[in-house]
Write a protein that binds this ligand. Structure first.
Ligand code: PEP
Ligand code: MG
Length: 890
C-alpha cells in the first residue's frame, strides 16, 4: 500500500528534498531541514496523491488516511510532549498546503488548530499568558471560518473594529485577555447566526475540516487560473503539511519573519528580509503592521528608525545567519525562508529556492561559481533564458502601479512610451520632428514598415505571435503588443477605446511588450544594463553549446545589432521589406502590373542596383559569416495600390488608364493569399524576379568580399517549396545567373542553394528535395500553419479560448508542437540527411528563439537556430542548456 503520511521531527525525517514530487516543495524541504538537524517544528506531510483520492471520493478523507494521520499525530505528540485536544499542555497545529511547484498565496492555511473553549484555557495557563491564548483562539476561529466554513473574513474584521471602537482602543495590541475573550464569543455567535451551526469544538473534526479545505483549495478558482498561467498540470494535487504550532506572538521576545539568503533584486550576498515582533505569519502578509528589517544594513538602507532583528534579538539573528549559510551550502542556491522566534528560540518553517530578478539571478550564479558552490554548467542552467529579455530592453519600473487599459499578446519585449498615431506616415513624420509615438494599427502589413521603424512601440488589435507586426517588431527590437482584442481602434474618429477609457490621437500610452499590456500615460522605466555577469554566463554557455545561433535580419542595422548579441550568421533575410522602401514600391508596382516580360524586366533593372546595395551592406556587416537570403515570398497583391488615390498615381506613372489598372489589380486579388500566389510560385510565374535577385546577391558577394577581404558564400533560399520540380526550376535560374556573373567577373563564386521546409509535403518528400537542395531551413511559422490548417494571422481569435478550455496547452505558433509539427521536422531531417548526409539543417521560424523549441532542435540534431536579434542571447543560453540537460538525462 502506498505510504500516505511522512513524518519529520527531532532531527529525523521519513522524506527528503528529492521527494518533492510526492511531498510537495514545502514538505520535502521541511523533511530535508529536519535531517540536517535544523530546528523544525515536528510534523508530517500528507502526500499530494492523497489530494486526487480526496476528490475521487467526492471530497472525503477516507478511513485509511485518517488512521495514518492519527499515527502521524502520535509522533508529533511524542516529540513535543503535548497532546492534541488535551486539557493540559494541548498540542496545537498548523495545517498548510504545499504543491510540487510553489503557488504563492493561491492555497489555504489554517493556524492554531486544536483550540476550543477548553484548550484555550490550558494554553493560557501553559504559556502564562491568557491574552495570547484568547488572541490565538480568535485568530483560529476567523481563519477556520474563512477557509473551512466559507465565511468571509471581512465580517469578522468588522466585529473587531466595532469592539475596538467601543472600548476606545486604536491598536489591537491594546486589547486585553478579556477583550479578546469577548471577541471570541461574538465571533462564535456570528458563525451560528450566519451558518446555523456551532463552531466545531472537537479538535479532530477541526483537523479533518482543515485538511479537506487545503485539498479543496487546489481547485479554487484562483489556483486553477494560476496553474493555467504557469502551465502547472491540474492532476498534481497539493500535499498537506501538519506541524506543531510555534508562536511568534508569545510576547516581545517572539517574532515571525521571511528572509532571502541573498538580495533577490540585486543578487548582493547579504541576508535580506523582514520580521514583526509579537506576531503570527499572516500578520506579515496582511500588511496591517509595517515589518522591520532583519539586518542593520537593511534598516539603514530603508531609512527606518525601528530596530532590526540583528539589534533586537542578536542571538536568534546569529543563529538565523548560520542556518542561512548552511542552507545555501546544502542547496547550493539562494533560499527564501520563513521563520518564527518563540520566546527567543528560532524555528524554521520553510525553505525554498528564492525567486529573483534576472539581474540577481546572473549575479548569484556567477558569485556561486566563484564561491565554488556550483559549476559553470550549473550556473548556465540557473538562468531562465526567456528572462534575458529583461536585461536587453528598457522595462517598466516594478515599483509603479500599472493602470492597464488593454491586454494582448507579448509580441516583442521591452516597454515604450509615446503619443498615439494611427498611420505609418504619421509615425515617420513624428520621428522627423523628434516626437516619440506608438503606432496603432488593427494589423500591420509590409507597407507599414517605415512607420514601424519610426515608432517607439507598436500596438495591434488583431493578429497572433507570428503576425506581420509581431515578426517584424521582434526583428527590429521594437516593443510590441499584438492582438489586443480588449481594445478597439476607431480609425474614422482617430480614437482608441480601451478598458474604461477612450483615447485620441496624441494621447500618451505605454506598452509593455514583455507582459502584453497597454498602460495609460507615461510610466517610469529602468534602462538595460549588460553587466559583466551576463558576459561570463554567456561565455560559459557558448563553450558547451553545439548548435550555432544565427539571426533573422533584413537590414545592416539589424545584422549589426544581432552580431553585438553574438549572432554567428544570418539564417533568414526576408527580402520583401526591401521592396517597400521609398521609391522602390513604385518600381515594384510597375513590375507587377507590367503587361509583358519586357515591361517587367525594365522595372527590375531599376530594382537591381538597389538590391545589390542591400546585400552588399548585409554581407559587409557579416564579414564572411554565413548569410541566408530568401527569395521574394509574399503574395504579389500585397504590393498593389490599395486606395483610389494610389491607383490613380500608379496609373499616371505607368502611362495607363486608371480603369485598366484597376482591372489588373482586381485580377490579382486572392481569396486566400497565404495559401496562394506566393513563395516559389512567384518565382515560377515570374522567373525574372529570381534572376534579378540572384544577380544582386552574386554581385554583392563579390563587392563585399573585395571590401572586407573575407570570402562570402551566399546561401540562397527558396521559400514554400512542396515539389522537387519547383526547386529544380528555380535552382536552374539561379545557377544560370551564377554562371553569367562568374563569366562577367572572371572569378568563381561559391554559393549554396537550399530550401525552406514549410509545407508538410516538403517534409515528407525531403529525401527527394534534398537531391536538389544543399540545405534545409525549417520555416516553422508556415509549417505550423499548414500542419494545423490554422491561419497564422487569424489564430489569435480562438487560440486563447483553446488554451482556457484545455484543448491545447501552448500556442503552437509560439512553442513548437513537438508531436505534430515536430514529427514532420524529424522526418524531414532524417530523410534529407539520408540523401545528403552533410546537409546543413536549421530553423528560422519564430520558434528559433523559443527555449523549449530550441531544446527540441538540439535533441534532433539541427545545426543551427535562427531568431530575431534580441533573442540571440536567449537562443545561445537555451542551446547550451539543452546540451547540458540532454547529457544529464543520458
Ligand atoms: C516561416 O514560415 O517560418 C518563415 C520563417 O517564413 P515567414 O514567417 O516569412 O513566412
Ligand atoms: Mg514562411
Amino acid at each position: 500500500m502506498t505510504k500516505l503520511v511522512y513524518t519529520f521531527g527531532n532531527g529525523q525525517a521519513e522524506g527528503r528534498a528529492r521527494d518533492h514530487d510526492v511531498l510537495g516543495g514545502k514538505g520535502a524541504n521541511l523533511a530535508e531541514m529536519c535531517s540536517l538537524g535544523l530546528p523544525v517544528p515536528p510534523g508530517f506531510t500528507i502526500i499530494a496523491d492523497a489530494c486526487s483520492a480526496y476528490y475521487a471520493l467526492g471530497r472525503r478523507i477516507d478511513a485509511g488516511l485518517k488512521d495514518e494521520i492519527r499515527r502521524g499525530l502520535e509522533t508529533i505528540e511524542k516529540a513535543t510532549g503535548r497532546q492534541f485536544g488535551a486539557k493540559d499542555r494541548p498540542l496545537l497545529l498548523s495545517v498548510r498546503s504545499g504543491a510540487r511547484i510553489s503557488m504563492p498565496g493561491m492555497m489555504d492555511t489554517v493556524l492554531n488548530l486544536g483550540l476550543n473553549d477548553e484548550t484555550v484555557q490550558a494554553l493560557g495557563h501553559d504559556a502564562g499568558d491568557a491574552r495570547f491564548a484568547w488572541d490565538s483562539y480568535r485568530r483560529f476561529i476567523q481563519m477556520y471560518a474563512d477557509v473551512v466554513m466559507g465565511l468571509d473574513h471581512e465580517i469578522f474584521e468588522e466585529i473587531l473594529e466595532d469592539q475596538k471602537a467601543r472600548l476606545g482602543h486604536e491598536l489591537e495590541t491594546e486589547l486585553t485577555a478579556s477583550d479578546w475573550q469577548q471577541v471570541v464569543s461574538l465571533y462564535k455567535e456570528l458563525i451560528e447566526e450566519e451558518l446555523g451551526e456551532e463552531f466545531p469544538q472537537d479538535p479532530e473534526e477541526q483537523l479533518w475540516g482543515a485538511i479537506g479545505a487545503v485539498f479543496a483549495s487546489w481547485m479554487s478558482a484562483r489556483a486553477v487560473t494560476y496553474r493555467q498561467l504557469h502551465n502547472i498540470p491540474g492532476g498534481w494535487g497539493t500535499a498537506v503539511n501538519v506541524q506543531a504550532m510555534v508562536f511568534g506572538n508569545l510576547g516581545n521576545a517572539s517574532a515571525t519573519g521571511v528572509a532571502f539568503t541573498r538580495n533577490p533584486s540585486t543578487g548582493e550576498r547579504s541576508l535580506y528580509g523582514e520580521f514583526l515582533v509579537n506576531a503570527q505569519g499572516e500578520d506579515v502578509v496582511a500588511g496591517i503592521r509595517t515589518p522591520q528589517s532583519i539586518t542593520e544594513e537593511g534598516r539603514i538602507n530603508s531609512g527606518s528608525d525601528r530596530p532590526s532583528l540583528e539589534k533586537l534579538m542578536p542571538e536568534a539573528f546569529e543563529e538565523l545567519t548560520h542556518i542561512c549559510t548552511e542552507l545555501e551550502a546544502h542547496y547550493r542556491d539562494m533560499q527564501d525562508i520563513e521563520f518564527t522566534i518563540e520566546r527567543g528560540k528560532l524555528w524554521m518553517l520553510q525553505t525554498r529556492s528564492g525567486k529573483r530578478s534576472t539581474k540577481a539571478a546572473m549575479k548569484i550564479a556567477v558569485d556561486m561559481v566563484d564561491e565554488k558552490l556550483i559549476t559553470e554548467e550549473q550556473a548556465v542552467l540557473r538562468i531562465e533564458p526567456s528572462t534575458l529579455d529583461q536585461l536587453l530592453h528598457p522595462t517598466i519600473d516594478p515599483r509603479v502601479d500599472r493602470q492597464v487599459i488593454g491586454t494582448g499578446l507579448p509580441a516583442s519585449p521591452g516597454a515604450a512610451t509615446g503619443a498615439i498615431v494611427f498611420t505609418a506616415e504619421e509615425a515617420v513624420e513624428a520621428e522627423e520632428e523628434g516626437r516619440k509615438v506608438i503606432l496603432l494599427r488593427v494589423e500591420t502589413s509590409p507597407e507599414d514598415i517605415h512607420g514601424m521603424h519610426a515608432a517607439e512601440g507598436i500596438l495591434t488589435t488583431r493578429g497572433g505571435m507570428t503576425s506581420h507586426a509581431a515578426v517584424v517588431a521582434r526583428g527590429m527590437g521594437v516593443p510590441c503588443v499584438v492582438g489586443a482584442g480588449t481594445m478597439r481602434i476607431d480609425l474614422r474618429n482617430e480614437r482608441l477605446i480601451g478598458v474604461g477609457v477612450t483615447l485620441k490621437k496624441g494621447d500618451i500610452i505605454t506598452i509593455d511588450g514583455s507582459a502584453g499590456q497597454v498602460l495609460r500615460g507615461e510610466v517610469p522605466m529602468i534602462q538595460p544594463e549588460l553587466s559583466g555577469d551576463f558576459g561570463r554566463i554567456m561565455g560559459w554557455a557558448d563553450r558547451v553549446r553545439r548548435m550555432t545561433v544565427r539571426t533573422n535580419a533584413d537590414t545592416p542595422a539589424d545584422a549589426r545589432a544581432a552580431r553585438a548579441f553574438g549572432a554567428e550568421g544570418i539564417g533568414l533575410c526576408r527580402t520583401e521589406h526591401m521592396f517597400f522602401e521609398g521609391e522602390r514600391i513604385h518600381v515594384m508596382r510597375e513590375m507587377i502590373l507590367a503587361e509583358d516580360e519586357k515591361g517587367r524586366r525594365a522595372a527590375l533593372d531599376k530594382l537591381l542596383p538597389m538590391q545589390r546595395l542591400d546585400f552588399t551592406g548585409l554581407f559587409t556587416v557579416m564579414h564572411g559569416l554565413p548569410v541566408t537570403i530568401r527569395l521574394l515570398d509574399p503574395p504579389l497583391h500585397e504590393f498593389l495600390p490599395k486606395t483610389e488615390e494610389e491607383v490613380v498615381d500608379v496609373a499616371a506613372a505607368m502611362g495607363m488608364e486608371a480603369a485598366a489598372l484597376r482591372q489588373r489589380v482586381d485580377a490579382l486579388h486572392e481569396f486566400n493569399p497565404m495559401l496562394g500566389h506566393r513563395g516559389c510560385r512567384l518565382a515560377i510565374s515570374h522567373p525574372e524576379i529570381v534572376e534579378m535577385q540572384a544577380r544582386a546577391i552574386f554581385e554583392a558577394a563579390i563587392a563585399a568580399a573585395q571590401e572586407t577581404g573575407a570570402a562570402v558564400v551566399p546561401e540562397i533560399m527558396v521559400p514554400l517549396v512542396g515539389l522537387r520540380s519547383e526547386l529544380d526550376y528555380v535552382k536552374e535560374r539561379i545557377d544560370a545567373v551564377a554562371g553569367e556573373v562568374m563569366t562577367e567577373a572572371g572569378m568563381k563564386i561559391d554559393y549554396l542553394v537550399g530550401t525552406m521546409i514549410e509545407l508538410p509535403r516538403a517534409a515528407l518528400r525531403a529525401h527527394k528535395i534534398a537531391e536538389a537542395a544543399e540545405f534545409f531551413s525549417f520555416g516553422t511559422n508556415d509549417l505550423t500553419q499548414t500542419t494545423f490548417g490554422i491561419s497564422r494571422d487569424d489564430a489569435s481569435a480562438f487560440i486563447p479560448t483553446y488554451q482556457r478550455k484545455g484543448i491545447i496547452e501552448h500556442d503552437p505558433f509560439i512553442s513548437l508542437d513537438f508531436e505534430g509539427v515536430g514529427e514532420l521536422i524529424s522526418i524531414a531531417a532524417e530523410r534529407g540527411r539520408r540523401t545528403r548526409n552533410d546537409m546543413k539543417l536549421g530553423i528560422c521560424g519564430e520558434h528559433g528563439g523559443d527555449p523549449a523549441s530550441i531544446h527540441f532542435c538540439e535533441t534532433i540534431g539541427l545545426d543551427y537556430v535562427s531568431c530575431s536579434p534580441f533573442r540571440v542571447p536567449i537562443a545561445r543560453l537555451a542551446a547550451a542548456q539543452a546540451v547540458i540537460s540532454n547529457a544529464q538525462r543520458r
